[in-house]
Ligand binder design. Sequence first.
Ligand code: HPA
Ligand code: ZN
Length: 347
Amino acid sequence: MKAFIHDIPKAELHIHIEGSLEPELMFEIANRNGLSLPFNSVEEVRRAYEFTNLQSFLDIYYQGLQVLRFEEDFYDLTWAYMKKARAQNVRHTEIFFDPQAHTRRGVSFETVVMGIHDALVDARQQLDVSSKLIMCFLRHLSAEDAMETLRQALPFKNWIIGVGLDSSEVGHPPEKFTQVFEKAREEGFLTVAHAGEEGPADYIWQALKKLKVSRIDHGVRCTEDPKLVEKLVAEQIPLTVCPLSNVKLRVFNSLQEHNLKQLLELGLCVTVNSDDPAYFGGYIEENFLAVQKALNLDQNHIYRLVRNSFQASFLDQREKQNLLAELESFMSKSKQRNLRRDGEGNP
Ligand code: HPA
Ligand code: ZN
């Protein structure tokens, strides 16, 4: 099962690039930028990663990303994640970034997006991993601030497939951003939103109805509303679920109590993702391994989760078919291996 999870081709659809900043790289970038960190060592940073809820994480996340100042920093951050993705057989990834977390510190939108984009182009060529970029608005800031950020993104429209919504959920409902998302859709961006992580099922309804999103990020609280579950199943609206994140931020008390298997068995299009891998104890493979063990998932569950990830991606139809074909070919080889192995065990 371990090898199966490692080897199976997968897509990641919910990863905040700033949340992939490992403490080692944080120190390296801080040093070269002449910045001092409020920590003395990598171990001390890791020890600080004890969270009680989403806000307690966000406070540390916004602190960590302050070392990122120059294009090269964003390049190195993104390149490190793409190498990790390649090593875990991620074939396609859709990456969030938080421009406002940088522009409000005086780092230009252009610096951020150029650094990330260049690394994604190199990863496509050198690692054969494809990607899309999704710009998130910080929902604790105003709708006007989000609108200004959208304006700054327009010259880079060809590099950004969609817009999303992240940061502190409770008290900042999706409807606060109705106009911004309307304008984003007019400009040709696809839309997604974090909803139903800490916030109620009603926030998922709002994201669907008011922001007209194609996917819900997290969405695990949808089960509190059977009518909502019915809609998500009927329309196969994907949920990008992040199991280790949900336990670290105490959305669930333990992985054993996570509703991922229930969601899958209800017929929802659920996917497995890492969210902020440097902070939550693992990348996509570690998420799959942990949840497989905790919920006793079989190979067919894993297969359905990764197939969902390709189907829910923003790839065009041809690229999607190619990756789905790669998955099917992996599965038939894996079945042959299983048959041979079982055969060897018999007289
Ligand atoms: N939730 C909300 N906002 C975020 C997250 C998250 O998990 N990670 C980075 N911004
Ligand atoms: Zn997230």
